[in-house]
Write a protein that binds this ligand. Sequence first.
Ligand code: UD1
Length: 354
Amino acid sequence: MKIITVLGTRPQFIKASTVSKLFQIQGIIEEIIIHTGQHFDKNMSDIFFNQMDLPQARYNLGINQLSHGLMTANMIEKIEPILFKEKPDGVLVYGDTNSTLAGSLAAAKLGIPVFHVEAGLRSYNRAMPEEINRIFTDHLSTLLFCPTENAFCLLKKEGIHNGVVKSGDVMFDAYIKFRRLYKSKEIEFDLQIPDIPYLLATIHRPENTNDQSNLTSIFAYLDEINKELKVILPLHPRTKKQMKYYKIHSEINLISPQGYLAMLNLLNGAELVITDSGGLQKEAFFTGKKCITVRKETEWTELTDAGVNFLTTPENLFNTFNQIQNIICDFSARPYGDGNAAEIIVQDIVKYFA
Ligand code: UD1
């Protein structure tokens, strides 16, 4: 049996590291990876393949920095001939990026079963390109692996009943697997973790980076917060570009994007997290840190419901920071499974072919 995995962005490398390793160990299914090239910098791509022992991609399509439609179309155009050539029995996709949509559309059009990891997430905000990608991918998929109970119920509500599996979240698996390593003395980090209390921030979503007023407010308030609690922010290439474009300067500690282990290390030492990332909201929870999310909504509603994740707008960022200082949070819930999501996923794919 042969499957093709289509991926292309940082969070997908992290998610795939758990499942791909199992395919390798079990040796029942041959996996071929197509890297679309959506994220291509060394710090946004290579470091994850090397550090997380992700098998090298057989195909690298080198498609990036295009408009959404053009990017997705170019990917489909290049994926289809690979599917003809390799004749896989299934195509595996992760999350909600243009690479996810391109992989699932190319496969579904050829009648190849699609397996979707991180199925059933919704923001109910169609202005997000990811929302459109998720909806299409879920409705094209044969097996749908849900990270949470909420995602599982949501698919049922949309009328998707067949092939829906509550697997748990592979990002929780990745955290469990790699937390041993990030504490290891043998791992050398280029980065100096400060001895003083600090806050870890990441900002990269287009609704924040591509709106001058939002991006200006965010960095103005991060500067204010920095006077009370040192702010460290690994700078996403998109945010860097937009800061330059809008001529935004900041006093906070801007560092280059980090590898996953350095990121866990930074997170572990942080007092608090401010982010608009999907993945980091959950990792803040895994490590027992309060999280302020600079978005109107989140797909990970179990965290807002549990009162450990606080949504805010760019204009209200400083107020929210002040308001949550003394709130005591309970991190005991376990909504993301038992750390064996990858095992369930691989097992179910093997069963599907049996
Ligand atoms: C979101 C989108 C995804 C899109 C991506 C673009 C959702 C649910 N997903 O993912 O479709 O492709 O944005 O970037 O909306 N990390 C590092 N080093 C860093 C910063 C982060 O390793 O310097 C790690 C975090 O620890 C986490 C992961 O990267 O594991 C999160 O990736 P991020 O780029 O923030 O993407 P998401 O917002 O999760």
